[in-house]
Structure formats: structure tokens, C-alpha cells
Design a binder for this molecule. Sequence first.
Ligand code: GMT
Length: 376
Amino acid sequence: MSLKIGITCYPTVGGSGVVAAELGKALAEKGHDIHFISSALPYRLDDFTANIAFHQVEVNQYSVFQYPPYDLALANKMAEVIKREKLDILHVHYAVPHAISAFLAKEMVAHDVKIVTTLHGTDITVLGYDPSLSDMVRFGIQKSDCVTAVSDDLVRQTKTLLNIDDHIATVYNFIDHAVYHPKKSAKIRADLRISESAKILVHVSNFRKVKRVEDVVKVFHRIRRTNDVVLLLIGEGPEMPVIEKLVNDLGVTDHVRFLGNQKQVAELLSISDVKLLLSEKESFGLVLLEAMACGVPAVGSNIGGIPEVIEDGVSGYVRPLGDIDAIAAAVDGLLKDDALRNRMAEAAKKRVFNYFHQDRIVSDYEAVYRKALNGQ
Ligand code: GMT
């Protein structure tokens, strides 16, 4: 049965926006009618598709408002779309503010839309600790018809932190295999001035403090002592000046390529040998999946959802947070042993295909929608 589904997410570059946009596209391909309700066209949604509509939330600034009331404008737009399109499901990504706006919208209309909320991390691992917001996060979760989180660890943290018993289903993130698969390109190496013999480490993030990009640079500096290796840094964010200074202070500037935000990363990932994600908080780590699908073993910190993505010792390594020695030893071992790296690359591809395939996860979300509609 095809459904009318509203989707709200943060449209900017970021895993949650990517997952929401890719989910909408995949659901549309399966015949559902999709309505994105957001402040801007979600990143990754640039091609026209007949059964995907975008409804822009506009916030007018009036002098009576000290702050622009985005959450209210969003609720109003949601109510308008629910009523006009007779939505079956409103799937919001993040409890605060999106689940709260969805609840308000549902109260405004005489139409029994079901609210599905997906937790992506920050609303629990940051806002959940803030006493001025935690009750609101709990309220958003409890007023949703179904709640999902992107890892078992996030389910556990949500329940413990907010002291709730409500059922929260783990629905892992996914990638589109048509986009993420090994795409070898000799030209990219040449363009980046990387010799054929050099190994490549890669890190992709929004360069927030929580990503600990400094650890990535420290590990790189350590392994450069005994390896011909280059570091690709993809993304941008507030920590960039700190990272540039550290790269300079450690004397590795000539071996680091700052590539900024990139839309097409599959080619860059495919020329890489090891992917690093050393964050202190990471509910899932979508960038790990992207690299692993391109045949790149990953080394990550032992926190959040990372150990659910990387199978330690099989598709990469999971090492203690901030343990530069242990992380550098794992990366060094991978760079020096081609057979081991190739074995792990194959295991990484297989793992993404078997557990995080788009078809499987999209079906999981459809099952969640059916549950919400059946009142389960
Ligand atoms: O990691 C970020 O800073 C961005 C954030 C987002 O809103 O996209 O990412 C969160 O959601 C992603 C998609 O579910 C996850 O892959 C990331 O692990 C998660 N980030 C954190 O938990 C810090």
C-alpha cells in the first residue's frame, strides 16, 4: 500500500539530513508520495522526481519576536501539509524541535497523522543532558507514535538518560550502493599530487570539537615517521583553524590535503587505504559506512554506535578514545600489511552490503510506519 509521508530534517550537510533525503528518495522509488517539510531543500535532493514535493518553511521576523520562531513556523507548515495532502505519516528526524513541532501540528488539524521520530544522537547526547531541555526531549519522544534510533547504543543512552521505558527500535543508517562503491581514479591521485606508491588516510566530518580531528592529525603524524602516507581531510567546521595550526606545528603541512566540503566523496574514499573516525560522541558514524562500502577499512574510537558499524579485527579496528598509541599501531599494521588491508577491505564491503543495505533499511522503516498506523 502506498503511503503519503511527510519528512522533516535539518537540510544542511550532515548525516541525519543525508539519511532523511536518501530515505525519501528510496520511498518515492517504491511508490510512496513524499513531502519534505524543511527550511531549505535537503542536500542530496537536487533531481526532479514526480512523487517528491518540497514545502519550504519560511520564518518572518517581526519586531515583537526577540528570536525568529522557526519551530512555530514549522508546525504551521506541517499542519498545512498534513491537512491538504492527508498525510498518513509524518517522519521527523530529531526529537527537538522537530517532534515537538509535529505534535503541535497534529493538535492543530483534525486528521490522524502518525508521528514517527528518529533519534540521530545530538538530541540525546547533548540536549538530553541539558536540564532546560531534557523534559522537552522526553515529551517529544513520548508523544510520537513510533520512535527509532540509529544504533543500539543510542537506544540504551536515551532510555537511561531520560528514564523512559517506551519501545525504541534500532533502525541503522544505510547508504546507496549505486553511489558508494569502489571507484578507482588515477586522475584524482595526480590532481592531489599524491604519488602512486604513497598510502592515503582519510577523515570526513564537520570539524566540530566532538569529532576530535586533532587525534586524527596526531595519529597521522605518528605513522608518518615510518610510512609514506598522505592525509585527506574532507569537510569544514569550527575546529578548522585549530587543525590547520596543529598540522603546521607538527610539520606535516606538505602531506595533508584540506579538501573542504565535497559533494562526491566516493572517488576520494576509493583511493584511500584507511578511514579514521576518532570522535568522542558518535551515535552511528554514517561516514564509516560510506568509506567501508568503497572498500576502505576503518579505524574508530570505542564509543557510541561505532563498534556496531566496525566489527573490530574484521572490517577494521575499534580502539579506546584518545589512545593515540593504540590507534597509530592499528593504522600502522594496516598500512604495512597489504594482504591484511585487502582482507579487511573485502570484509568492510560485505558488512555494509549485508547489514546496512538501502533495501533492507528502507523496508525496516516501512515496517515502522505500518506499526504506527496499526497503533502498535
Ligand atoms: O555528527 C554530526 O555532527 C552531525 C549529526 C547530524 O545531525 O547529521 O550526525 C548524527 O547523525 C548521523 C546520522 O544518523 C550519525 O551518523 C552521526 O553519528 C550523528 N552524530 C553524532 O552522534 C555526533
